[in-house]
Design a protein around this ligand. Structure first.
Ligand code: HEC
Length: 412
């Protein structure tokens, strides 16, 4: 046995420990059991254990009480929380909420092969919403803006000056100044706002309110709600034609696509989409004659908008997800939140290629030049960057909790 070697190891260990103790509060005994899954430093040890570090104390307290009372169901957490007193919860939530939830902490703990973003694969600014982290992260700078609870969908204005994001639990739309990351205003909209899209001329935003069957129209100069367009049940997200005359909206509560005349601000038609369950997101082919409609379960319907005929129903990964036709029109890419892969559909042949990306891919968007595909991996807190030429993963970037949607400047 080499004594010198062991001594060096011991010294190193003491130095590491004391540095750690200086910078970070130590784990209270009340939270010892939690660390087995959520990590000593509040970073979950694998994708199924959510990060608690840096999460708001109020939110943590609410969740623990909900688990304790059985209002939120998860067998493990129900049992864990049942044993906690109010005082325990106070100590535990104090501890976790004060820990840093930084990219560094995450990449150190869980993620292997995580890299930094660079302008090579982010030629245009990209904005990612974090549902649980309640923030927006910007690429390639990796700046983080403070947002509002459960931020879901977002969009960037054509001039890149503002970013808009919906908060369905608050029934609001937050408007960010993209230069400073500051919130310019928070606008009350309808019930359960989901998708937000901006007219091609940049003057208005359409917010699809899933629970009040209407689209809130926001004027982007006054930043005020100026109209509400009735739809059928469950509008989820919209897509404008390039000339801005029509908005197609997925009616997740029904079976089709609503057609909205933007001038009269009326829904003038509903195109039924046979063979799918709950139209969720959609995008258009480059010639805008075909819609690629992603449903809530595992299908993409290819819909001829002129005849209203479904050309093909393609089975993709499980669960709902985003869908994006790349700006060059060559492929449609879709996520699958209940699965581990995305599907790339060749828009000409309608043939499909699956790419394994990690657990829970939802948001998906190609870069303006169609060279890169960005995917949010909701259950691993990652943004994956795929090279669209080789269809290989180029980078994995650690982000905040539950990255949901992606807005790309130049690919609305
Ligand atoms: C055996 C693993 C395990 C242990 C131990 C554990 N948890 Fe969890 N915890 C989970 C899982 C899994 C979830 C996600 C449950 C779900 O999907 O609803 C979770 C969720 C949570 C959440 C909700 C997070 C969110 O973002 O909504 C909180 C808060 C939480 N745990 C706190 C604790 C605390 C405090 C302890 C210790 C007293 C603890 N957990 C112990 C596995 C564990």
């Amino acid at each position: 046995m080499n004594i010198k070697y062991n001594l060096t190891g011991l010294t190193l260990c003491i130095i590491t420990l004391s540095t750690f103790a200086q910078n970070t509060p130590s784990l209270p005994k009340e939270a010892t059991a939690c660390a087995g899954c959520h990590g000593n430093n509040g970073i979950g040890l694998s994708y199924e254990y959510p990060n608690l570090a840096g999460q708001k104390k109020k939110y943590l307290t609410k969740q623990l009480n909900a688990f304790k009372q059985g209002d939120r169901k998860d067998p493990t957490m129900n049992a864990m929380a049942a044993a906690l007193s109010d005082k325990d919860i106070d100590i535990i939530t104090n501890y976790f909420s004060k820990l840093p939830n930084t990219q560094k902490a995450q990449s150190k703990e869980v993620q292997k092969g995580v890299s930094k973003a660079s302008s090579a694969e982010f030629p245009n600014d990209v904005f990612v919403t974090m549902k649980k982290g309640a923030q927006v992260e910007v690429f390639p700078s990796e700046k983080s803006w403070e947002g509002n609870p459960n931020m879901l969908y977002n969009a960037v204005t054509p001039d890149g000056k503002m970013v808009l994001a919906t908060s369905p639990s608050d029934n609001t739309l937050t408007v960010f100044d993209s230069k400073t990351g500051k919130q310019l205003t928070v606008i009350p909209v309808g019930k359960a706002p989901k998708g937000v899209k901006i007219t091609p001329n940049g003057t208005q935003a359409y917010v699809s309110n899933q629970d009040s069957a209407e689209i809130s129209v926001i004027d982007l100069e006054s930043l005020k709600l100026i109209a509400s367009i009735r739809t059928e049940k469950g509008p989820h997200n919209a897509r404008f034609t390039r000339d801005g005359k029509i908005a197609y909206v997925t009616l997740q509560g029904g079976s089709g696509i609503g057609v909205i005349d933007t001038k009269s601000q009326k829904m003038i038609n509903v195109i039924p989409v046979a063979g799918i369950t709950g139209p969720h997101n959609l995008d258009l082919s480059k010639d805008e004659k075909t819609a690629f409609v992603r449903d809530f379960v595992h299908n993409v319907a290819v819909l001829d908008l002129n005849s209203g005929k479904v050309i093909k129903v393609i089975t993709v990964g499980n669960g709902h997800g985003g869908i994006d036709v790349a700006p060059n029109g060559k492929f449609a890419a879709t996520g699958a939140i209940g699965d581990d892969h995305i599907s790339i559909i060749d828009t000409k042949t309608l043939e499909q290629t699956d790419i394994k990306v990690g657990n829970g891919p939802h948001g998906i968007r190609a870069s303006k030049d169609s060279k890169w595909i960005y995917v949010t991996i909701t259950k691993e807190n990652l943004v994956v960057v795929i090279n669209a030429e080789t269809m290989k993963i180029e980078k994995k970037i650690a982000v905040g909790q539950f990255p949901f949607w992606i807005a790309v400047n130049g690919n609305p």
